[in-house]
Design a protein around this ligand. Structure first.
Ligand SMILES: [Zn+2]
Length: 418
């Protein structure tokens, strides 16, 4: 009798464990991206162009090693419905620590990378930091807290104030991470480069964000690897089995040293899992981009690192000029090295020359003595250049020429004579 009860108990336990693992959806990125593409027919084309540029960049930089640390300013939007979902600053910082360890391969569990894959494990010098400056240049701790009456979020509602979420910070200069209760127990999803400008970033389920025994986290997903995985998508990484749901051996992640595999890996296998004739080493289920339990993933492959480095030198390069993590005050915010006007006084035209220290969103305007804007021009993100303004049709008089770069503004007096 005792044996039967024990057996029943064991069966119940196994059922419960299986159920607990099936209840979560490890990553919603594929389904999310499919929905985005259905709503935005030009998205696939943008992604194709980005992929093409990424491959060209990698071909032109076959042995590229990053020589300096890339700093990625992060803003974490905590959108909470219950007090428990309003996670602590410490829990948030534990997740930033995980990102820095995993991407720099300073994680303690590199010892679990199989010998087969150790030569293929890569790292990049990158520093994820909670933002110290908000998009307006004000001091911040990089954490936005929003109380919501939305019990759980699906689609992108969490990214919009009007839907009970929290609006994005400029995705060109911040990595946006939203932490909330996701409907359907989706652990997370990330946007690939080329998505929408108001939805770019990563969403993590509040029960899978951060690392630590003191925090309320799901058993198998309590080491912060959900966000490591989703930031990987944000930096243009795919699942090892490709962009589809898996099941075939023809699609891949466009990485040359991750083997083909026939679909996601769940749980925590021991020893090689062979598929798609990839023996003897088998599926590279230790990469963060698989679906393995947090404790069983511990590496990025070097080709994945190459894709992310190319992305940071390509479509996400504006992050490299972000002031989001600046700790210095105004002098370092300034980026205008030179702003000169020739000739002054001007008759037919004037030429302005702008030189910036850092990439800036240049626009300039000419304002008459009454304060009316009589001319304006937006150049976009540039390091500077020479630009002409025709003054032929403007009345003689004194004007102000105002230069804005988002970081700094300078005004010069201009005289027009005829
Ligand atoms: Zn994924």
């Amino acid at each position: 009798m005792k044996k039967i009860i024990l057996t029943l108990f064991a069966l119940l336990t196994i059922t419960f464990v299986i159920k607990a693992q099936q209840q979560v959806n490890r990553c919603g990125t594929t389904e999310y991206t499919d929905r985005m593409k259905a709503n935005d027919p030009s998205m696939q084309q943008r992604m194709n162009e980005i992929e093409h540029n990424l491959e060209v960049w990698m071909a032109n930089h076959p042995t590229y090693n990053m020589k300096y640390i890339i700093t990625i300013p992060v803003v974490v939007h905590v959108v909470y419905n219950t007090a428990a979902q309003n996670i602590s600053d410490d829990q948030i910082r534990s997740q930033i620590d995980v990102l820095n360890e995993d991407y720099n391969r300073r994680n303690a569990d590199t010892i679990h990378t199989p010998d087969c894959f150790k030569p293929l494990a890569g790292s990049m010098p990158i520093n994820f930091c909670l933002a110290s400056r908000d998009p307006q240049g004000n001091w911040t701790n990089g954490i936005v807290r929003v109380q919501t009456n939305v019990p759980c979020f699906s689609d992108d509602a969490v990214k919009y104030d009007t839907a009970g979420g929290s609006n994005i910070w400029d995705p060109n200069t911040y990595c946006n991470i939203w932490v909330c209760n996701e409907c359907g127990d989706v652990l997370g999803y990330g946007t690939y480069p080329g998505g929408g400008p108001t939805s770019d970033g990563v969403v993590s389920h509040v029960l899978a964000f951060g690392r630590g025994a003191n925090y309320n986290l799901l058993n198998h997903y309590n080491l912060g690897r959900t966000t490591t995985h989703e930031v990987g998508h944000w930096l243009n990484l795919y699942h090892p089995w490709g962009q589809g749901g898996g099941g075939g051996c023809t699609d891949s992640d466009d990485c040359f040293n991750t083997p083909y595999q026939d679909g996601p890996t769940y749980g925590c296998p021991s020893g090689p899992q062979i598929s798609c004739n990839n023996g003897p080493c088998g599926n590279m289920y230790e990469v963060y981009m698989d679906y393995t339990d947090d404790a069983c993933m511990n590496m990025f492959a070097t080709c994945e690192i190459n894709r992310m480095v190319a992305t940071l030198n390509g479509t996400r390069q504006l992050l490299l000029n972000s002031n989001g993590c600046l700790l210095n005050d105004i002098p370092d915010i300034a980026n205008i090295r030179n702003f000169s006007i020739m000739p002054n006084p001007a008759n037919e035209k004037l030429t302005i020359e702008i030189t910036l220290d850092k990439l800036g969103d240049i626009n300039y305007s000419l304002v008459n003595i009454l304060g009316d804007v009589v001319f304006q021009n937006s150049i976009g993100m540039e390091m500077g250049g020479k630009y002409e303004i025709s003054t032929r049709s403007l009345p003689a008089g004194i004007y102000s020429l105002r230069l804005n770069t988002a970081k700094e503004s300078i005004t010069r007096k201009v005289v027009i004579i005829h």
